[in-house]
Design a protein around this ligand. Structure first.
Ligand code: GLU
Length: 433
């Protein structure tokens, strides 16, 4: 049976690269009807923190990357590592080194050549003559990452170790540890580095790297997984949009690329946008309302529904609605002078808008979109102007923007009172004659 694992060190928040590693390990295991395990590598006593561990577990759950069996914590197995280290010492393969009264254990590095077949990088060779002896137990009694990781990959019967390329040079050392115990090493697959827009390894300099930042921005978990799957992997067709179940069906180690994969925020936004469009309507409404819980309360439920459906094809994330439709949530600032002057060069505008306001006042409410449109068009007809002479300035008066979704829909979202107030303000801003 295929068994993979994700083995994060809880020394920081789960980042984009970690999620991709977890995802590929998850996909490979699920593809083969195998198991995906989770191991917390908390042997760095100073840097491991419970809040990071919590963040990692929460994030995986939120993403829907479910692991099998109980989580294994290395810090709960210290005796086991010590015992194995003693065994190596007993057989002369490791030795104790006393430093200021404290004892560490070091693995004696054999001088040899290690050759292994990496599922991504193919044949990889290392000359271990260049390697120093390896600390396996630190003087605080804790194992090093290198040692505990190899021991646990064996104990957990991991068949495939899928991890970032930054671990490539650890592999020959870990293979030597496997050999020292007479264990069979797993198959390794080293994933290409994730790069930022400038081609250097992705880091905070390039923008947010913590998964929680994307979660807070209201990206959909399924969109993040979809996008991250494309960072270093591609399917056989040029399909770019996948649900998790589809990725499970199509994933293979063979189609992982060797070269670095560029993280492209715009592409991620595009993928998220497509996933938003594909949600069933009730699901979309529920998720949008949850993402903007407080803001949604400013609106009557029917009006809120109208607003969020109006923007569904346009938003990159749920919270992007706050930027794109800012005028629905907040007062609009002073109008852009240049635009104002441009609109009012048309002599007829002022009287058209006054007429529009007069007719608008006569409507009982702004709930009927067809009625708003008919009313507006009638005003234009009566004033003997083309409808656009009225529509563009109205849009600008109501939103402060020159582009928006359907004008009459958004009139009904803003409601009679706000619309009349804004048209009034717009008229007041008209340049003096
Ligand atoms: N704990 C290591 C890390 O977080 C992972 C090691 C591995 O996957 O083998 O980088």
């Amino acid at each position: 049976m295929i068994r993979t694992r994700f083995a994060p060190s809880p020394t920081g928040f789960l980042h984009i690269g970690g999620v991709r590693t977890a995802l590929f390990s998850f996909l490979y295991a699920r593809r083969q009807q195998g198991e995906f395990l989770l191991r917390i590598e908390d042997t760095d006593r100073e840097r491991s923190k419970p809040e990071f561990e919590k963040d990692i577990l929460n994030a995986l759950q939120w993403l829907g990357l479910r692991w099998d069996h109980d989580v294994l914590y290395q810090s709960r197995r210290l005796g086991h590592y010590l015992e194995l280290a003693r065994d190596l010492v007993g057989r002369g393969l490791a030795y104790e080194e006393v430093n200021e009264g404290r004892t560490a254990v070091k693995f004696r590095m054999p001088k040899t050549e290690i050759v292994f077949q990496d599922a991504v990088r193919e044949e990889v060779r290392f000359d271990t003559a260049l390697f120093d002896d390896l600390v396996i137990i630190k003087s605080d009694g804790f194992p090093t990452f290198m040692f505990a990781c190899a021991v646990d990959d064996h104990d957990m019967e991991i068949t495939h170790v899928i991890r970032g390329e930054d671990h490539l040079s650890n592999t020959p050392r870990q293979i030597l540890l496997f050999q020292a115990f007479g264990w069979k090493p797993p198959q390794y697959a080293h994933l290409p580095l994730i790069l930022g827009s400038d081609g250097t390894p992705l880091s905070k300099r390039h923008g947010a790297v913590a998964l929680t930042a994307y979660r807070e921005e209201s990206f959909l978990p399924e969109a993040l997984l979809n996008y991250l799957a494309l960072l270093g992997w591609s399917g056989e067709s040029n399909q770019e949009l996948y649900r998790l179940e589809e990725l499970v069906k199509k994933f293979s180690l063979k189609r992982i690329t060797k070269s670095g994969a560029r993280f492209d925020r715009e592409k991620l936004e595009w993928v998220n946008m497509q996933h938003i469009k594909n949600l069933a309507e009730p699901d979309y409404l529920a998720k949008m309302t949850a993402a903007l819980e407080n803001e949604s309360k400013q609106f009557d439920p029917e009006v809120w529904k109208r607003l969020v459906l109006l923007y569904r094809p346009r938003i990159k994330t749920f919270k992007d609605l706050l930027n794109q439709a800012n005028y629905c949530f907040n007062e609009i600032g002073p109008y852009d002078r240049e635009q104002i002057n441009r609109f009012f060069t048309d002599e007829r505008l002022k009287s058209c808008l006054e007429k529009w306001a007069e007719n608008a006042k006569g409507l009982p409410s702004f709930g009927d979109i067809a009625q708003l449109e008919a009313m507006t068009r009638n005003v234009a007809d009566d004033q003997k102007v083309e409808a656009k002479i009225l529509i563009h300035p109205l849009r600008f008066a109501l939103t402060g923007l020159t582009a928006s979704p359907g004008l009459f829909d958004l009139m009904s979202v803003l409601g009679k009172e706000v619309c009349l107030k804004r048209v009034g303000q717009f008229l007041e801003s008209a340049p003096a004659k």
